[in-house]
Design a protein around this ligand. Structure first.
Ligand SMILES: [Zn+2]
Length: 343
């Protein structure tokens, strides 16, 4: 091992830190709670202490390339300011990068959390053999990331890739972004639970109601369990998730013509329940997909791409992510390894 970098996943709930070497081997992973309620300075203190601890351990035997931090929110790439983050109240316009650089005396790169997840899947995951890719991260919200020639595509202001806020229902559910009917309102874990509750309001005697009574969290995971057991109402909810994803992916395929689109985040664990509807929509709505679809995307390990041969014809691959919740950690660690002009 000659060099390594630190990747940080700064979420609203968990603060995770990893040391990863230049080949992508995970050296160490630390998970702390993000004590958001104790304030910004407390979280920064916790983060710097944990990073220092990891740095000390490996510094003697290898060179530190820098620290990459994935943050939920809008980042000003030039100044390293966190412009706005709904999950980190009180952090708006705080110079996160400068503060941590000064404390730890090493290069710090701040990046949107969905962008680093895409970079992680491109480096070591489902899209590792492709130069261009897009990723949708289905978690509490729906994040998006776009990779062109191995680098994150930022657009003019660093805000590119907000696929979660494209409209799928013109008069649909209001979204936190100010729009109505965003993909996020139909394909996030939050949305799945909301849609189940809407169903419940119509039919309180259903099996969804029984789940509501037996499972305090009434989580999207318990709904998925219901769906795979064949419960029709739960299956209908996941079909809607897949349909909305398919509508957005159709537009993405038509406008971007990328070789691979990766679906990650916690909700992607329900792939079996929603992915058939994605492919159904894609075939109907995207002429580019219809012309480039693999023979049967669901037949081969549910579309899992480890078996996808790169360059095997001009195909459009839609597949689930491979790195799970670590995609963002690997992607964050990757940031300081990429030369500045190509990042
Ligand atoms: Zn929105």
């Amino acid at each position: 091992m000659n060099n390594f970098a630190i990747g940080v996943d700064l979420g609203g709930t968990n603060l995770r830190i990893a040391a990863v070497d230049g080949q992508g081997t995970l050296l160490e992973k630390v998970t702390l709670g993000t004590k958001v309620s104790l304030g910004r300075d407390h979280v920064i203190d916790d983060m710097c202490q944990a990073i220092e601890h990891v740095l000390e351990k490996y510094r003697a035997s290898a060179t530190v390339m820098g620290i990459g931090i994935g943050v939920p929110g809008i980042i000003d790439m030039q100044s390293g300011l966190l412009r706005e983050s709904p999950n980190l109240p009180g952090w708006a316009d705080y110079p996160v990068r400068a503060e941590i650089e000064q404390r730890l005396k090493t290069v710090v790169i701040l990046e949107n959390d969905a962008n680093v997840a895409a970079l992680g899947e491109k480096w070591l995951g489902a899209a590792r053999d492709f130069d261009h890719m897009a990723m949708l991260t289905l978690g509490t919200g729906v994040g998006g990331g776009l990779i062109q020639n191995g680098a994150i595509w930022h657009g003019a202001n660093g805000m590119a890739g907000e696929f979660g806020h494209t409209t799928v229902e013109p008069e649909g559910h209001p979204c936190g972004c100010g729009n109505r009917g965003c993909l996020e309102q139909y394909a996030s874990a939050t949305a799945i639970v909301r849609m189940a509750k809407e169903e419940l309001a119509n039919d309180s005697g259903s099996s969804l109601a029984r789940v509501a009574h037996s499972d305090a969290e009434f989580s999207s995971k318990s709904l998925y369990n219901l769906a795979i057991q064949g419960d029709e109402e739960a299956r209908r909810i996941f079909r809607r998730v897949g349909r909305c994803l398919g509508i957005v992916l159709s537009s993405m395929v038509n406008s971007l013509n990328l070789p691979i689109y990766v679906i990650g985040g916690g909700v992607s664990g329900a792939w079996e329940a929603f992915s058939p509807s994605i492919f159904e929509e894609l075939r109907q709505r995207s002429m580019v997909y219809a012309a480039t679809a693999p023979p049967d995307p669901l037949a081969n390990g549910q579309g899992a791409s480890s078996q996808v041969e790169p360059g095997s014809g001009r195909k459009t691959i839609i597949t689930r992510a491979l790195l799970g919740s670590d995609a963002g950690l690997y992607g964050a660690a990757r940031l300081p390894m990429i030369p500045e002009g190509k990042r």
